[in-house]
Ligand binder design. Structure first.
Ligand code: B1H
Length: 843
């Protein structure tokens, strides 16, 4: 194209007449669905099952999304606003169909249309597989932030990987062991993505980097693979703005240049893990433990390189000088996984754009932002230098150069500052260096992310303070406090209230006398529910909705597991990844304690006890032995407890297999109480805590993460706190190691529970010894310190639940005060204080 052609080609009127809009009436909708049955699916009314009907309806909604998506991209291209890019290795999107219908405001019309065609909306919604391209909170946060960006009309794109297999499917064996099966989520086709086979980039690995003059280098040889774009439409709520999530798939490059392969690289080229398609094959299922596999590093580079190349191409289209890159682009790193964006952008600016080092560094450090999500040492990413040198030789050079430039160069501004402040402090330099000494040496990705970024933030007040005072303390002293801030996480009220709890959403709209499109985008409006605390009829409706949500969950358990759940009981829920720091073990040991207490009661005493159903769900990393053993204990304890005629009316326990976003949508609205009981200082934020409270569930928790801010918002009288506080943790751990006290002495109630397990009350006790020993020896997560106060907090919950009316008041107050935790608030903080971007509403 010369750029001088007439646009559009042909007759503009003909083009305009051909354009489709968004269908909003039932007749057009059924027409469109039937059309897709007939043509896209090549099927007919007489051979259409629920899956086919879902696919046709989804394709019809997708047409609407495409219309809006196209308009949005055109609008952004014309307006040229500064854009932000959210780089995340995980996007835990869940299902799309229902969410898209609600955001488009077409749920009712589609319900009617589908019904007219002889299907039920509920059945069709169940046909969709979750897009489970994430492990847990970090990935779901990314999904919530995309929803909020689109809903707030912000020009934000997500960049991630299109894994062929998402998080593994969890099966539970008859012995109670977790088994893992692959999640082939793309097998039935995915109507929510647009393959962009024309949007591709070459990504290089291995090869050699030769230094040239002016700090530049030439990186050549090695292996090149192709990154292909798949676009996922992200509709905003009641707006045309429909943003993009671009996921990369790896493919072998055609026209492969065998000559560029030197003998040393040949071996790697034929390794199966080295095949191009392997790169985006599977999501790594470890959360909070870093693996040092070459393929994982390849994923990280493949994705950051393709994403940056795409951003540079888009930026170049607007024809501005490269020095203005930070005026048009902000890049948010979701944890350290995309930290290679820093040396990669340096490489592009220095080697391709031929900028001097200082100018390049200026651009990088004005463009990139870094969010930390954990202070657990085992989760901090470090890559062996030999692996980096082999896979990414040019990037390793750049990292060494950054290290010199920032910390040691005599011309460096930073060195002068360091020298002035800490003369001759060699230990400090060793602590701060990007390279950790050892065998092998390792690159500290959090340090690289920190010094290469404009801002660094944690995800809740306490966590951000811990980032400043522990893992990045030296950097705060070095660079000043102002670079380090906090953005407390949020959740989208569209999925986590309107979609998962439609009856509650309807009651809120009716009572506030405002359309849900208003309060869903301005969640502080929930405050206006407070006066209804005193309205008896409202309270009754509120309680009745909770009851129906409990019945919906019971129905789900009945149909999927064949188990009957007592819906007259209090529903107590803990759902999250299995991890020692999250202390599911504390919960199950507490359940066993309750069971033993009930067993010891007389029939008369038992009559006064309120029945309780305890739900667990969550996946363990496949190689995490202790976490898997916890699942086994939960499953086997449940089996014994649920079968005991003395207690089963008062206490039952369920481990629901294969936790997912969709399962969370059923569990959360049904909970009376949920547990967020991490050892103080270990859970960076937590986000399910927000989801439960938004749905009127109360919270039992430690003084940790966002629990603290939730309590501040809803009032401490509406949460049940227990356990030691963060400042005490370090000291308690020291005591465990140097002045150990036997559990029998320190916490007799817990000792009794541990012994009951050891003695084989829940199947072969020997099996659980390794788990029990983590408590008896070392007790890193302080179960022996917190057990008594935990049991005390649960007793307070029982006490409070006796007064049902007061409980409902607490529930209403909780929901009403959760406005702060909308991800709209969080994303606007990023947009305003970090990225400096503004809304760009599509007219
Ligand atoms: C969180 C992770 C995480 N923090 C490494 N860190 C991973 C680390 O695959 N990996 O290598 C995957 C995930 N995830 C969670 O982030 C925190 O534990 C939560 O407290 C927090 O709410 C969530 C979102 O900020």
């Amino acid at each position: 194209a010369t750029g001088k052609e007439k646009w559009p080609r042909g007759d503009e009127k003909v083009w305009k007449e051909g354009l489709r809009g968004v269908d909003t009436d039932v007749t057009s909708i059924t027409k469109s669905i039937v059309n897709h049955v007939q043509t896209s699916l090549a099927r007919q009314a007489y051979n259409l099952d629920d899956l086919g009907a879902y696919q046709a309806a989804a394709l019809s909604v997708r047409d609407d999304l495409i219309v809006n998506w196209n308009e949005t991209q055109l609008h952004y291209s014309r307006k040229e606003p500064k854009r932000a890019y959210y780089l995340s290795l995980e996007f835990l999107m869940g299902r799309t169909f229902d969410n898209a219908l609600l955001n488009l405001g077409l749920k009712e019309q589609y319900r009617d249309g589908v019904k007219a065609l002889g299907f039920s909306m509920e059945d069709l919604l169940e046909q969709e597989r979750d897009a489970a391209l994430g492990n847990g909170g970090l990935g779901r946060l990314a999904a919530c932030y995309l929803d909020s960006s689109a809903s707030q009309e912000l020009p934000v794109w997500g960049y991630g990987l299109r894994y062929k297999y998402g998080i593994f499917q969890q099966l539970i064996s008859p012995e109670g062991q977790q088994l893992e099966a692959p999640d082939p989520w793309l097998d039935n086709q995915n109507p929510w993505e647009l393959p962009r086979l024309d949007v591709t980039y070459d990504v290089r690995f291995y090869g050699t980097a030769e230094r040239l003059e002016d700090g530049r280098a030439s990186w050549h040889g090695g292996q090149e693979v192709l990154a292909v774009a798949y676009d996922v439409m992200v509709p905003g709520c009641y707006t045309k703005n429909t943003n993009n999530l671009r996921l990369w798939e790896s493919k072998p490059k055609r026209g492969f240049d065998l000559n560029s392969f030197n003998a040393g690289d040949y071996e790697h080229a034929i390794e199966s893990s080295n095949s191009a398609a392997a790169i985006t094959s599977v999501l790594y299922p470890n959360d909070h433990t870093t693996c040092k596999l070459e393929l994982r590093l390849k994923q990280q580079y493949f994705w950051t390189a393709a994403s940056l190349a795409d951003m540079i191409r888009r930026f170049k289209n607007i024809g501005k000088p490269i020095s203005e890159f930070p005026d048009y682009v902000a890049i948010q790193l979701n944890d350290t996984h995309p930290t290679l964006a820093i040396p990669e952008l340096m490489r592009i600016l220095i080697d391709d754009e031929e900028l001097p080092w200082g100018a390049a560094w200026q651009i990088v450090t004005n463009t990139i932002f870094y969010t930390n999500h954990t202070v657990l040492p085992e989760a901090l990413e470090k890559w062996p230098v030999p692996l980096m040198e082999h896979l990414l030789p040019r990037h390793m050079q750049i990292i060494y150069d950054i290290n010199l430039y920032v910390f040691k160069s005599p011309i460096s501004f930073f060195l002068q500052a360091v020298e002035k402040k800490f003369p001759g402090d060699r230990d400090r330099l060793a602590r701060m260096s990007l390279i950790e000494e050892g065998f092998p040496k390792q690159v500290r990705m959090a340090h690289l992310a920190c010094i290469g970024s404009r801002k660094v933030n944690g995800v809740a007040e306490l966590h951000s303070e811990l980032v400043r005072t522990t893992i990045l303390k030296d950097f705060v002293e070095f660079e000043g406090l102002s670079k380090f801030s906090n953005v407390t996480n949020g959740i989208t009220p569209r999925r986590w209230l309107d979609q998962c709890n439609p009856e509650l959403a309807a009651l809120i709209s009716k009572s506030l006398k405002v359309d849900k499109s208003v309060w869903l985008k301005d969640l502080e409006k929930l405050k206006d529910l407070l006066p209804f605390v005193e309205d008896k009829a409202f309270r009754e409706e509120w309680a009745a909705i909770k009851q129906r949500n409990k019945e919906r969950l019971a129905h789900h358990v009945q149909t999927t597991l064949g188990l009957t759940v007592n819906t007259n009981a209090m529903f107590d829920v803990q759902i999250k990844r299995l991890h020692e720091y999250k202390r599911q073990t504390l919960n199950i040991l507490g359940v066993i304690h309750r069971y033993l207490t009930l067993k010891a009661m007389s029939a008369e005493e038992r009559k006064k006890v309120n029945p309780r159903v305890v739900f667990f769900a969550g996946k363990a990393a496949p190689a995490y032995f202790i976490a898997k053993l916890t699942i086994r204990l939960i499953v086997n304890a449940a089996r014994v407890i649920n079968a005991d005629p003395d207690t089963r009316d008062l206490l039952t326990v369920y481990f629901l297999p294969d936790y997912s976003v969709s399962l969370a949508e059923v569990l959360i609205p049904a909970s009376d109480i949920s547990q967020h009981i991490s050892t103080a200082g270990t859970e960076a934020s937590g986000t399910s805590n927000m989801k439960f409270c938004l749905n009127g569930g109360l919270l039992v928790g430690t003084v940790d993460g966002a629990n603290i801010e939730i309590a501040e918002a809803v009032g401490e009288s509406n949460v049940f706190f227990f356990g030691h506080l963060t400042p005490a943790v370090e000291d308690l751990r020291y005591q465990h190691i140097y002045h150990p006290v036997p559990v029998e002495e320190k916490c007799p109630a817990l000792a009794k529970v541990l012994n009951t397990v050891s003695e084989g009350r829940f199947g072969d006790g020997g099996v659980y010894e390794p788990l029990l020993n983590t408590i008896r020896q070392g007790d890193h997560y302080l179960l022996t310190d917190d057990f008594d106060s935990y049991i005390g907090a649960l007793a307070m919950v029982d006490q409070a639940y006796l007064d049902k009316d007061e409980w409902v008041k607490k529930s209403i107050r909780t929901t009403a005060n959760m406005g702060k935790f909308s991800s709209d608030r969080a994303i606007l903080e990023y947009a305003e204080s970090f990225w400096n971007i503004e809304p760009a509403k599509v007219p």
